[in-house]
Design a protein around this ligand. Structure first.
Ligand code: PLP
Length: 399
């Protein structure tokens, strides 16, 4: 069996290791406590109590009410449920059919928006500046009488830029008051836990999506915060689970593991962010000093402390990632979900990064366990690998 033990893992934006505390909490529900939470007997009640407890703990972490927390199968489902579920419900209520989002959302958000377009919605995709930031003025200017929903990610998964979501919420509130009707705001906060405080009240959002495996929880377990009285049409039909909003037998182990992981991710957030930001800057400086033509993409302030996106002129990132893998180093060329399709990153292109630079970009995403040895290991092999690939590329061109 293939094993990845002992690698230098710098792809925490793609997924994170399961926290031991989360695993411990999950194990009983994978072993003996296998009851269906809908069961009208003791095993069912035990499972239901576990779900209720996980929901209350997550609500506590996010500043929400337990009844506002839905469990889903992950970030992708939460985002789809938010966009389509709120969009359809608002349209059915006759509120309009215009949605405002950005060109730099994760594919889960972009493709959900495209599916709304196929269903007759109009969608505006806002651009961003060279740092990956969305303009407040452009956002304000794009709101229309028919706008029912805006969706803007809290932190970008490719370059780490943090968007001013609380300010966007303020703009929406003002606009909605002028127009005399509601406009909902969703944020994809999948990359934020462990690095940014997430308080749904302070952010002023109506819906927020999270994914357990991005903060030390299990894969296949997501959270959708849906503010009380937010219009919503369920995407998945079936039983009455999750307060009639998401049918299907609950992933009990996933929910309890996700709750514990979220609590742990929130603990020591400042200390962790400062420590990892220093390591990230060490890596950035080392790369810029040792590799001519390397450029950092994305913002250098107001960004996730664990994300470093660098372009290496004259190479293709996939070839470099293959070489790094041979040294036991795991990194990524952007969104993990887009790795099977070979296209330059839509985020970098929206930021105005030239294609030649975009195709040679690598995302190093650090994590809680990253050490200065990991950084040294990358710096000890990266310059030679980039030089070798550039040399090969030069020879190929002159042949
Ligand atoms: N949104 C962002 C910003 C992400 O980074 C990801 C995963 O890479 C997702 C959504 C999708 O989450 P999941 O893998 O849980 O479906």
């Amino acid at each position: 069996m293939l094993s990845s033990v002992n690698m230098t893992y710098l792809d925490h934006a793609a997924t994170t290791p399961l926290r031991p505390e989360a695993l411990e909490t999950m194990l009983p529900y994978l072993r003996n406590e296998y009851g269906n939470p809908s069961g009208l007997y003791r095993a069912g009640r035990v499972a239901q109590a576990a779900i209720d407890d996980a929901r209350a703990r997550i609500a506590g972490e996010l500043g929400a009410r337990p009844s506002e927390i839905l469990f889903t199968s992950g970030g992708t489902e939460s985002i789809n449920a938010a966009l389509c579920g709120i969009g359809y419900a608002m349209r059915r209520a006759g509120a309009g059919a215009h949605v405002l989002t950005t060109a730099i959302e994760h594919h889960a958000g972009l493709h959900a928006a495209q599916s709304l377009e196929e269903q007759g919605f109009e969608v505006t995709y806002l651009g961003c500046d060279a740092h990956g930031r969305v303009s407040l003025d452009e956002f304000r200017g794009a709101l229309r009488r028919e706008t029912v929903l805006a969706s803007v990610m809290l932190a970008n998964n490719e370059v780490g830029t943090v968007q001013p979501v609380a300010e966007l919420a303020g703009i929406i509130r003002e606009f909605a008051a002028e127009q005399g009707h509601r406009v909902m705001l969703h944020t994809d906060a999948v990359q934020a836990p462990g690095w940014l405080d997430i308080d749904v009240g302070a952010l002023g959002v109506d819906a927020l999506s999270l994914s357990g495996h991005k903060f030390g929880g299990p894969k296949g377990s997501g959270i959708l915060y849906l503010r009380r009285a937010t219009p919503f049409r369920p995407l998945i039909s079936g039983g009455g689970q999750e307060m009639q909003k998401r049918a299907g037998t609950e992933n009990v182990a996933g929910a309890v593991g996700t709750a514990v992981a979220l609590e742990q991710a929130r603990r020591d957030i400042r200390e962790r962010s400062e420590r990892v930001w220093k390591l990230r800057n060490l890596l950035r400086d080392g790369i810029l000093e040792s590799i001519p033509g390397a450029r950092v993409n994305g913002c250098q302030a107001n960004c996730l402390p664990n994300n470093l996106n660098v372009s290496f002129d004259g190479i293709e990132s996939d070839a470099l990632l293959e070489q790094l893998d041979k040294h036991g180093i795991a990194a990524s060329s952007g969104s993990a979900c887009s790795n099977s399709t070979w296209e330059p990153s839509h985020v970098l292109l929206a930021m105005g990064v030239p294609i030649r630079q975009a195709v040679g970009s690598v995302r190093f995403s650090l994590g809680e366990q990253t050490t200065s040895e990991d950084v040294s290991q990358v710096l000890s092999v990266l310059p030679a690998e980039v030089a070798a690939l550039r040399h090969m590329e030069g020879e190929r061109r002159s042949a």
